[in-house]
Design a protein around this ligand. Structure first.
Ligand code: ADP
Length: 583
């Protein structure tokens, strides 16, 4: 669970991140699109410029071609031919695409015109003040632009002198309306939002697809004052009007931005490209409103917001998964640590238990040893005192009897101590696979005389197993078991020992049965305890305890039970047997 304060700081951090991302996106997107717009307007300026140049060149040569027409010189020389010439000019105007074609005499009067039959016919008008006329009369081909005297329409005028035997007798003029260029360039510019303007050195916009800019001055001309301009009568009596504008160079955007009034009191920012139209010394400017980029910036901002939240969402998801994974690893490590600790504690507890069991066993054993050795020792001291007394009285024979008893008591103490030695060494031997048959044979060599003396029948089936243990120790166990069996049958009528071996999985069960007294049911639990014996004189009560200890050290077990027919007992040795898997 997040605390509210922590949550607020996260929200503040994420909001700050979002604001930063949006600022960077807006800046980068605008910069990118303005650069693209810049490239586009530069290309468009070149295209539109080429169009203008081609058109102007096309009309430039028409007056030249017409000057050699015979009807022109004829009409200039005899008034009667003027009408015929006007008709010819009308045909030429239609086929050339020009607005008007007309011929002026040496004084600047129009004597024939393609619009001879309209109300606005130029015939009779005098254009001696027009540069295209007086320049032609000076023998020059001329191109000029101006407002039409009658129509007031903007036009471009192309003129050429008319010669009669080296003498200039008049001029021919071809007028092309500006409307035509404006309409044509509409599709050339492509985008409807694209605007263009053409202006000369007088800074007056002469051609533009945006009517508001037409015939308005952009700035004060470096070459002409407004009086100079008015003196040429190019714009008739046009009043000076300015288009408020300023150019700005922004630090974050490549390229200049032009702030222009596009309607009364409303200005727009434009990206622009420009080119020169050499024939008329015109400057052509193509402009596109920078507001075009705003839509793109808006789209980019929406995408950036979506991307930002997607990235944050994915980040939170991955972080939580990682945190879960780390928690899992941490839990696993703690568990492993705990298991190791617990195992260690258990081992310690087990060790302590073994130690205390050992101590208890040692305690019990010492008590028994104490008892077993103290008895003969006290008997020996009694015999010694009695022997001393007998010797002092000279009763040597009785003293010798006592000494014999002392010897037998010393022998008994020796036996106890030697048996105990074996008991304590039970775990020091080297284990391996032993032939069961060989061990039985060796044991029988030891106990054979005893068996024969007692007239015991031994029914021992040959066996082929190899068992896990140590030969000598195992033989000792067998000797002990055979001896006990023979001793148990001392009073029996039928004296028989039966030995069998039977597989039991990875074990082999070796049973040794006798027809003796069997084991008293009350003592059957105790017969494997050290010093338990029912043979008061000869028994030490260590044989079975040592035997069980030896067999358990082989990884096996030794158990005892009475026979089912209530005659005799059976001791079972369970030992690991050699199988193919052990090879
Ligand atoms: P010991 O033979 O010195 O008495 P053991 O440990 O060998 O010591 O035997 C303990 C006791 O187990 C014997 O005193 C006897 O009572 C009993 N016992 C052992 N073997 C047999 C047997 N085959 N039949 C009956 N009792 C037996």
């Amino acid at each position: 669970m997040y605390k509210p304060r922590k949550l607020y700081s996260w929200i503040a951090l994420l909001s700050l991140g979002l604001v930063l991302v949006l600022i960077i996106t807006a800046f980068a997107t605008e910069r990118y699109w303005v650069q693209r717009l810049n490239q586009q307007v530069s290309m468009e300026a070149i295209n539109v410029g080429q169009y203008f140049n081609t058109q102007l060149e096309r009309y430039e040569h028409i007056p030249d071609l017409l000057t050699s027409h015979y009807r022109i010189r004829q009409a200039l020389q005899q008034d009667t031919a003027a009408l015929a010439l006007s008709k010819v000019l009308s045909d030429i105007q239609k086929t050339s695409g020009a607005s008007d074609v007309y011929v002026l005499n040496a004084t600047g009067d129009v004597i024939a015109s393609s619009n001879y039959d309209s109300n606005d016919s130029y015939i009779g008008s005098n254009y001696a003040f027009r540069p295209y006329f007086y320049r032609a009369m000076q023998g020059k081909r001329w191109v000029d632009y101006a407002l039409g005297l009658r129509s007031g329409e903007r036009g471009i005028f192309f003129s050429a002198p008319i010669y009669s035997e080296e003498e200039i007798i008049g001029a021919i003029a071809v007028k092309v309306d500006i409307d035509k260029f404006e309409q044509d360039t509409e599709w050339l510019a492509g985008e409807t939002s694209t605007k263009f303007m053409v202006f000369g050195r007088d800074e007056v916009v002469f051609i533009s697809n945006h009517p508001y800019w037409r015939l308005k001055q952009l700035r004060e001309s470096e070459d002409y004052s407004w009086q100079d301009i008015q003196a040429t009568y190019r714009y008739l009596d046009l009043k000076q009007q300015r288009i408020p504008n300023s150019q700005e160079s922004t630090a974050n955007l490549d390229g200049k931005i032009w702030l222009l009034e596009h309607s009364p009191n409303t200005q727009s920012r434009y990206v622009f490209g420009e080119t020169q139209l050499d024939l008329l010394d015109f400057t052509l400017v193509v402009l596109r409103p920078i507001s075009q980029t705003h839509q793109k910036v808006q789209v980019a901002l929406i995408l950036a917001t979506l991307s930002y939240f997607t990235v944050i969402g994915v980040g939170i998801f991955v972080f939580r998964r990682l945190a879960g994974y780390r928690q899992l690893i941490y839990t696993r490590n703690s568990l492993e640590k705990e298991v190791t600790q617990r195992t260690h504690q258990l081992e310690q507890a087990h060790h302590a238990l073994v130690q205390s069991t050992k101590l208890a066993t040692i305690g019990q054993l010492s008590a028994n040893i104490n008892h077993e050795i103290n008895q003969p020792l006290s008997a020996m001291s009694t015999y010694l005192v009695s022997t001393k007394r007998l010797l002092s009285k000279g009763m040597v024979e009785q003293a010798c009897e006592n000494i014999a008893k002392l010897e037998s008591l010393i022998t008994r103490v020796h036996r106890i101590v030697s048996q105990l030695k074996q008991f304590s060494r039970a775990s020091e031997h080297q284990l391996g696979w032993c032939s069961l048959q060989t061990c039985i044979n060796n044991a029988l060599i030891v106990v054979g005389p005893k068996i024969n003396n007692q007239n015991v029948t031994a029914d021992i089936e040959p066996v082929r197993y190899e068992v896990w243990g140590e030969t000598l120790k195992f033989e000792q166990v067998l000797v002990n078991l055979f001896s006990n069996a023979v001793e148990a049958m001392a009073e029996s009528d039928e004296k028989c020992i039966i030995l069998r071996a039977k597989e039991n999985g990875e074990w082999v069960d070796i049973t040794l049965s006798d027809t003796g007294t069997g084991i008293d049911l009350q003592t059957i639990e105790s017969i494997f305890e050290p010093f338990f014996t029912t043979k008061s004189d000869i028994g030490l009560g260590l044989g079975l305890a040592i035997s069980k200890n030896i067999i358990q050290s082989f990884g096996g077990d030794l158990t005892a039970q009475n026979n089912a027919d209530h005659q005799g007992a059976t001791f079972t040795l369970r030992l690991k047997r050699k199988t193919d898997a052990n090879d």
